[in-house]
Design a protein around this ligand. Structure first.
Ligand SMILES: O=C(O)CCC(=O)C1=CC=C[C@@H](O)[C@@H]1C(=O)O
Ligand SMILES: [Mg+2]
Length: 353
């Protein structure tokens, strides 16, 4: 689709570029009830309202102790641009498209007013598990990080056992940290699970593990960082797809991919601030079929967020718009300049034909 640009030239929408189509990421498409397509804002316009924040984490998570993010506002609300620091611009640009969608178009029409969430337990010691789970009232599903570099399988077994003292439904996430043999051994040692997320790095390895174990396999990086997110289905590599708004390029892209994937999906955060979380919850609320708890409770991992975090009550969160507070924990001038440059480069990639 095309949209009007400030220079008067029609350009390809960031929600459905030809590049995306090559990667087979679902393209943004209007439905009759959607508002008109957004005007592509210039980078200057985005940076006019931008704030770069540095949010302290309560617990280290995927090596992150301070989560940086750039947020900006548009006619539909606030959007977030927070690709992890190590991602290159080609990968980071879809995160910008997602932020622009949130700020300039807003969420798709919801089909539910609440979304069940899981608790997320980082690779902590078993004795720290209870305090973490206590932050998630009414939650009956816990996702546990495993295969942390520097830790042993015994650490994982003990952490999962500690979680089982509180809830019956446990899923694990190895972030591709195991070989096929290690995954098979670890899954046998850990025992019954709702699913094992991304036990190995490649789609082929996931397919091998899936054939060898009875525990269902979920794909995360094999979808969000893949050239072709449908490959997991083509190779019979997963039972569940873990979908994240920012890496997929937006709420509508996520909903479109969920419709194509022949498997259950779980919407999960990308360690989003409350602004990004609003989009994750908005996408989950718009999914016609949602049968599992979503990884959208990671606001609990922050010591401070950009707005009051989504309250978890009886294991669910409710979609809402977010208005960042005035006392934001702002990043240093140097980090702010780094994020501004990154946004400009990704914006250039988005509008390039
Ligand atoms: O799914 C959840 O429970 C929370 C989100 C979560 O685990 C993640 C968020 C961001 C980066 C990732 O390393 C991690 C994941 O791999 O799913
Ligand atoms: Mg994951």
């Amino acid at each position: 689709m095309v949209f009007s640009s400030p220079t008067g030239r029609n350009r390809q929408s960031p929600f459905g570029t030809s590049d995306d189509r090559k990667k087979q990421v679902p393209t943004f498409r209007l439905k009759p009830k959607d508002p008109p397509p957004p005007r592509m804002p210039s980078a200057d316009e985005l940076l006019e309202t931008a704030k770069v924040v540095a949010l302290p984490m309560r617990t280290r998570f995927r090596g992150v102790t301070v989560r940086e993010a750039l947020i900006f506002s548009g006619p539909a609300g606030w959007g977030e641009f927070a690709p992890f620091a190590e991602y290159d611009d080609a990968e980071a640009k879809t995160w910008l498209a997602a932020g622009i969608e949130a700020a300039y178009l807003g969420p798709p029409a919801p089909v539910r007013d609440q979304v069940p969430v899981n608790a997320t337990v980082p690779a902590v010691a078993a004795e720290d598990v209870a305090a973490l789970i206590a932050r998630y009232p009414g939650v009956d599903t816990v996702k546990v990080k495993v295969a942390e570099p520097g830790q042993s399988l015994d650490d994982d077994v003990q952490r999962v056992a500690a979680v089982r003292e509180h809830v019956g439904n446990v899923r694990i996430d190895a972030n591709g940290g195991w070989t096929v043999d290690q995954a098979i051994e670890a899954i046998a040692a850990i025992g019954d699970l709702e699913y094992a997320e991304q036990p190995c790095r490649t789609v082929e390895e996931l397919a091998e593990v899936r054939k060898a174990v009875r525990v269902p396999i979920a794909a995360d990086e094999s979808i969000r960082r893949a050239g072709d997110p449908m490959r997991v289905a083509a190779l019979g590599a997963a039972d569940i797809g873990v979908l994240k708004v920012a890496p997929l390029g937006g709420m509508r892209a996520l909903v479109a991919l969920a419709a194509k994937l022949p498997m259950d999906v779980v919407v999960s955060s990308a360690l989003d601030t409350a602004v990004g979380m609003s989009a994750g919850i908005g996408a989950a609320a718009a999914l016609p079929g949602l049968h599992r708890a979503c990884g959208l409770g990671t606001g609990e991992l922050f010591a401070k967020d950009v707005a009051s975090s989504f309250r978890i009550e009886h294991g669910v969160v409710r979609p809402r718009r977010v208005e960042p507070g005035i006392d934001l924990p702002l990043a240093s001038d140097e980090r702010t300049a780094w994020w501004h440059d990154r946004l400009r480069r990704c914006h250039e990639l988005l509008i390039r034909r």
